[in-house]
Design a protein around this ligand. Structure first.
Ligand code: ZN
Length: 246
């Protein structure tokens, strides 16, 4: 089975369309989306449409929760909050209904999907080091778990289900074999707003037959989405950061 994983799309249709076009050549059997379809970007409804058409197994992100009014946005920075308010005015009733039906955690036989961490899924904490990865891995009942939220790709591989011995990977030039590991936590990075200083859109690909995982990057029309961000009246910083991948 080949699992294609999208995350943190953030209303960026240019990035999402480019990634999906590449993924269609990957022979994906199961499509997954780890949350934050909306927020920051200029085309939230169009991105929801694409995610729905692909039939992605999808969980709720913090920006998705914020537009539903389910999350206190006082800890959001000003730009993020402004974008949430803008997004809430753009969404169609069917978009709200779709987002409102998403759960914090989705599980299948081989994998679990959550936006932040499995130990506190409704708190939207970040997995950015083996310390947080360990807490989440302790709650992981499936061999694979896919997360997002930090917009920085990473993999945490645990040999036994109870050991604290964790291998952390942050470079993804090659695919990673997880054959020798019982638990694998994969942060797939961000489609629509990468923050690892690589502006290309990111997605995850897992082949469960070969037991390999990879993070792939795709070039897309950054100036195109930047023009839409400015035309929409969204904060300029949200356009500028896309060229830098921050
Ligand atoms: Zn996000």
């Amino acid at each position: 089975m080949r699992i294609g994983i999208l995350g943190d799309i953030h209303g960026n249709t240019e990035a999402l369309s480019a990634v999906v076009a590449v993924m269609k050549n990957d022979g994906i059997d199961v499509w997954v989306q780890v949350g934050d379809i909306v927020g920051y970007g200029p085309e939230p409804s169009a991105c929801i449409d694409i995610v729905r058409e692909l039939g992605c197994i999808t969980c709720l992100g913090n920006h998705d929760a914020a537009v539903l009014g389910r999350l206190d946005t006082s800890y959001f920075n000003n730009f993020a909050r402004a974008a949430i308010q803008w997004t809430a005015k753009q969404l169609r009733p069917s978009d709200f209904e779709f987002l409102a039906n998403l759960k914090y955690v989705e599980s299948r036989d081989e994998f679990t999907v959550v936006h932040g961490t499995l130990h506190l899924p409704d708190q939207f904490g970040y997995v950015i080091s083996p310390v947080e990865a360990l807490d989440s891995l302790d709650q992981q009942a499936t061999r694979l778990c896919f997360v997002g939220h930090s917009h920085v790709p990473a993999m945490y591989l645990r040999r036994g289900a109870a050991t604290t011995d964790i291998r952390a990977i942050n470079q993804f030039d090659d695919e990673v074999s997880y054959r020798d590991y019982e638990r694998v936590l994969i942060n797939v990075g961000s489609v629509g707003q990468p923050r690892d200083e690589d502006p290309r859109a990111a997605y995850g690909l897992v082949d469960t037959d070969r037991q390999v995982a990879s993070i792939r990057r795709v070039q897309y029309d950054i100036p195109g989405v930047q023009r839409k961000i400015l035309r929409a009246g969204l904060p300029e910083v949200l356009a500028n950061r896309l060229s830098l991948g921050v």
